[in-house]
Write a protein that binds this ligand. Structure first.
Ligand SMILES: Cc1cc2nc3c(=O)[nH]c(=O)nc-3n(C[C@H](O)[C@H](O)[C@H](O)COP(=O)(O)OP(=O)(O)OC[C@H]3O[C@@H](n4cnc5c(N)ncnc54)[C@H](O)[C@@H]3O)c2cc1C
Ligand code: SF4
Length: 441
């Protein structure tokens, strides 16, 4: 897999952090695996990859077979190998973790996947056509997984994507340090080679109505992801940079990315940590993360919090921005108010409340907000039944509209949103669609 093939080489501000395993390292690591029966790591992987099997194949030098084992369960194995929070998933369940180091499952998965993409090998043959047509909306991990699985079964699949590149957040949102753009785009090309027609710059609800898709396709899968970063609703907000755009710039236009000297990042989730990492590694002298609760309520993974503290990023807990202070159009500081924690709110966490008369100022010449994403507004406009603003689906990923399915972040009303969960949704929805259209065959 190479970034040169995508034409995007050298535009990322931050190169991939971990080097690939060497052949020797991969062999040594793979032979440490105990090949557990009913392996806990396989249960802990949301896509249930047969991990001992793919690792065994690495240890015997069968890298193509290893990649096949991975791709049979997870078509986006190269992305997941890089972005999965493995400490919380497969590696967290490794029995060796209790007393020794867990097996480096993510890095071994990457080793096998990089081998097949590097050699340009295709694993699956296209199947005999079924004559059924399926439309997929949104080319992020959920949409790519669903479209690819359906194409493998011989369906005629068209994938509509509103952006000019497919891949969703793997292309635009995941920091280059973790996943270079070229990896995401190589997977998009593999899905295309499975026979999926990918139409970019086609927004459903704007360029094409859902009713048009319903008339044309036997089934539809909605994988819309989430929306933009919400507004802070404070004076001077127009000077604040959207965290998702900050990351996107660092991935696709890294040479032109402007980094301040004193950067304040508003928020303390995983996206905020990614923004702080970019600022720090690309030259900011001081980076401060502002959060209205305490470290105990942060939504970022614990390993991410440890990582960013080691990067030298400061935290200002129990602080909420109330105004961006500017001088002649340039950001000078963030005015904040101190918060205290009260009883739990709807999120189940203690509600932050402003402390009267506690305003203070933090000097900053760049302010980035990373306070989550809004729910996909299209769901409400399409009159789909929703749950807490997310598209409501049954156990077969069917929405309230007949023949319309959904998966990925746009349905994730509970639990943490992640790439591997989106891939699994797409795979399971594809199975349900296939069963409805042609039965179990
Ligand atoms: C900054 C950031 C960092 C992250 N880092 C990680 C990580 O390290 N590890 C991890 O596991 N997860 C991570 N995640 C979460 C992960 O990226 C998502 O859970 C995953 O991408 C969800 O996949 P999806 O297909 O549901 O949505 P998305 O990836 O958001 O894809 C949705 C696609 O639908 C398209 N679309 C939307 N509306 C329309 C429309 N009307 N018509 C046509 N197309 C449309 C969008 O343009 C987009 O391409 C991160 C998320 C963010 C924001
Ligand atoms: S897909 Fe993710 S969770 Fe599953 S085995 Fe691979 S790295 Fe682990």
């Amino acid at each position: 897999m190479n970034e040169k093939a995508t034409g995007l080489a050298g535009q990322e501000a931050l190169p991939e952090a971990f080097p690939p395993l060497t052949r020797h390292e991969a062999l040594v690591e793979s032979t440490r695996c105990l090949m557990c029966y009913d392996a806990p790591c396989t249960h802990a992987c949301p896509t249930h990859i047969d991990i001992p099997k793919f690792i065994k194949k690495i240890s015997t030098g069968n890298l193509k077979g290893s990649a096949r084992t991975i791709l049979e369960s997870n078509l986006l194995g190269a992305t997941c190998a890089r972005v999965c929070p493995v400490q919380e998933l497969c590696e967290g369940a490794c029995v060796l973790g209790a007393e020794h180091k867990p097996i480096a499952i993510g890095r071994l998965q990457r080793y096998a996947m990089d081998y097949v993409y590097g050699k340009g090998l295709d694993i699956f043959l296209t199947a005999k056509t079924t004559g059924k047509k399926i439309g997929v909306v949104g080319a992020g991990p959920a949409g790519l997984s669903c479209a690819g699985e359906l194409a493998k079964k011989g369906h005629d699949v068209t994938l509509f994507e509103k952006r000019d590149l497919a891949g969703g957040l793997s292309t635009f949102g995941i920091i280059g340090l973790r996943e270079p753009v070229g990896i995401s785009l190589a997977e998009v090309e593999m899905i295309r080679r499975l026979g999926v027609r990918i139409e970019t710059q086609r927004e459903i609800g704007k360029d094409l109505a859902l009713a048009e898709l319903q008339a044309k396709f036997d089934a539809i899968f909605l994988s819309l992801g989430l929306g933009a970063t919400p507004n802070l609703g404070i004076p001077g907000e127009e000077q604040v940079i959207d965290g998702l755009e900050y990351i996107e710039q660092s991935k696709l236009n890294g040479h032109n990315l402007k980094i301040g000297r004193n950067v304040v990042v508003i928020g303390a989730g995983n996206t905020a940590i990614d923004c702080a990492t970019i600022a720090k590694r690309c030259g900011a002298e001081d980076v401060t993360m502002l959060y209205r609760r305490t470290a105990g309520e942060m939504t970022a993974y614990p390993h991410e919090y440890d990582f960013i503290k080691k990067e030298g990023v400061r935290f200002e807990f129990l602080a909420q921005p109330v105004r961006i202070l500017t001088e002649k159009g340039s950001v000078e500081a963030v005015e904040c108010v101190r918060m205290s924690l009260g009883p739990k709110d709807a999120s189940g966490r203690p509600a932050p409340r402003p402390v009267e008369g506690s305003h203070f100022v933090i000097a900053a010449d760049q302010v980035v907000k990373a306070i989550g994403q809004e729910k996909a507004s299209l769901a409400a406009r399409l009159n789909l039944k929703t749950l807490k603003g997310y598209i409501d689906v049954n156990e077969d990923f069917q929405t309230s509209l007949p023949g319309v399915y959904a998966g990925g972040d746009c349905i994730r009303a509970r639990g943490a949103a992640s790439t591997v969960m989106a891939v699994q949704d797409g795979k399971l929805a594809a199975r349900a669609i296939h069963e409805r259209l042609v039965g179990n065959g």
